[in-house]
Design a protein. Structure first.
Lengths: 240, 219
């Protein structure tokens, strides 16, 4: 589904990604963990070309990003993204937030788009909030709307960039619950998170990144109970 | 001293005629200036220098030269170029629109840049192209944010329209000058002219305040 070869990225003189190789299979849930500044968010943002990169290649669904003639908008339409800060559109109702892209990008008709939006709202447990505006919602509700908004495009994969990091602790569960349900339905997911419980329970594979490289990856149980690398061990001992 | 109230009453219809012309050219210039300003402002935030560089030059040139000189350039200098002269009315509207466009462009640029980066990213991540993201997500929010600044700009434009009296367009200020030329009563007439401007600017600020309330659904 997603394949990354030898990815290098720098911001000016700061090297953020130093040769990332990875692959995400269809239906797989990959959880990326690591300390702040390890490049995990940047890596995620490269996958839908929100960041460009200096070297390497990324394939999404067999299409090479950054090839001439590739319409990046078409690829982004197939990959949903959920942000740490929700990034809901504050000037639109919840329903319009979700229905906008299907209307304008997928060219669905209004009735169809709104029906799908309402169904998705029900799915994330917010059926009664269709007419509300984002600033009337709690953080957890905002993030669930953001997930519904991404799902409305019927994406083939979903990227989550620290989706619970901006939430009050008591709201983390409701968002993780929705993500877990998605995973169980077979959605391909790449999740950058500090929620180790989620990584362990829902992840098919865990990637540990530090200083722009993948230090270690594997089955969550192996990584958490028997990390091979010193850096992984020290990171996990601090966080668990 | 005593005020000549008879003259003031007598002059009112003429002054209001001038005021009506002031209103006309201001509304036209606000309309055209807003269009120019949005186009130039959006060009200025473009990543392509082919778009942003000319927009920057436009803004710098207009903001760096007096409106009065721009007015002279358009009214007296362009006929030399194009071979025919413009009516004072046309020159006034063109000069004021071009001038206001530059200030509106800066306001628009500031408004666009004040919208969090995540809004554009969220829109793009949903597959919207740059234009769609601008149109549906960034500009509506930016517009709301810049309304007060736009209101100020338009009030300033209304007052600056008095400058076009120098190209003999008989708007409010020019009408006042003409009446004074006949009656030698500057105090009465300038007071009335000032009050009429005040009524117009107050009306305008009320209008802007009303629009601010109208568009304030959330955010």
């Amino acid at each position: 589904m997603i394949k990354v070869n030898d990815l290098y990225k720098s911001f000016g003189s700061l090297d953020v990604l130093k040769g990332i190789n990875s692959e995400v299979a269809l239906g797989e849930v990959v959880v990326v963990i690591g300390p702040s500044g390890s490049g995990k968010s940047t890596f995620l943002r490269c996958l839908n070309a929100l960041e460009d990169f200096q070297k390497g290649e990324i394939y999404v669904d067999g299409i090479r990003l950054h090839d001439k003639g590739v319409d990046i908008n078409e690829i982004r339409a197939e990959i949903g993204m959920v942000f740490q800060n929700f990034n809901l559109f504050p000037h639109m109702s919840v329903l319009d937030n979700i229905a906008l892209a299907p209307l304008k990008v997928r060219k669905q008709n209004k009735k169809e788009a709104e029906e799908i939006a309402l169904n998705l709202l029900a799915k994330v447990g917010l059926a009664d909030k269709a007419k509300a505006y984002p600033d009337q919602l709690s953080g957890g509700q905002k993030q669930r709307v953001a997930i519904a908004r991404a799902l409305a495009m019927r994406p083939k994969a979903m990227l989550f960039d620290e989706p619970t990091s901006a939430l009050d602790p008591e709201m983390v569960g409701e968002v993780l619950g929705v993500m877990k349900q998605l995973a169980q339905e077979g959605m391909t997911m790449v999740v950058v998170t500090h929620e180790m419980g989620f990584a362990r329970e829902v992840g098919d594979r865990v990637i540990f990144m530090d200083e722009g490289v993948i230090v270690e990856e594997g089955n969550p149980n192996d990584i958490f109970t028997n990390p091979q690398h010193e850096r992984t061990k020290s990171f996990l001992s601090k966080i668990l | 001293m005593t005020l000549d109230f008879g003259l003031m009453a007598h002059s009112l219809p003429l002054l209001l005629q001038g005021a009506w012309l002031t209103v006309q050219i201001t509304i036209l210039a606000v309309f055209l200036g807003t269009i120019i300003g949005f186009v130039i402002g959006i060009m200025r935030v473009s990543h392509s220098p082919i778009l942003s560089a000319p927009a920057a030059v436009y803004v710098e040139f207009i903001r760096g030269t007096p409106l009065l000189v721009q007015l002279f350039l358009i009214h007296f200098a362009t006929p030399q170029l194009i071979g025919f002269s413009l009516e004072a009315y046309t020159s006034a509207v063109v000069a004021m629109s071009i001038n206001s466009g530059a200030y509106v462009a800066e306001i628009v640029r500031g408004g666009i840049q004040s919208i969090e980066k995540g809004q554009m990213e969220a829109a793009r991540s949903l597959g919207m192209n740059y234009g769609q993201a601008m149109w549906y997500i960034i500009l509506p929010q930016a517009f709301r944010r810049i309304l007060p600044a736009l209101g100020n700009e338009f009030i300033a434009l209304l007052k600056d329209s008095s400058l076009v009296s120098v190209i003999t367009l008989e708007e409010l200020t020019r009408k006042g000058q003409l009446i004074i030329g006949r009656t030698y009563k500057p105090f009465e007439i300038w007071i009335m002219v000032a009050l009429i401007y005040l009524v117009m600017t107050l009306t305008m600020s009320r209008l802007v305040a009303y629009m601010e309330r109208r568009t304030k659904t959330s955010d």
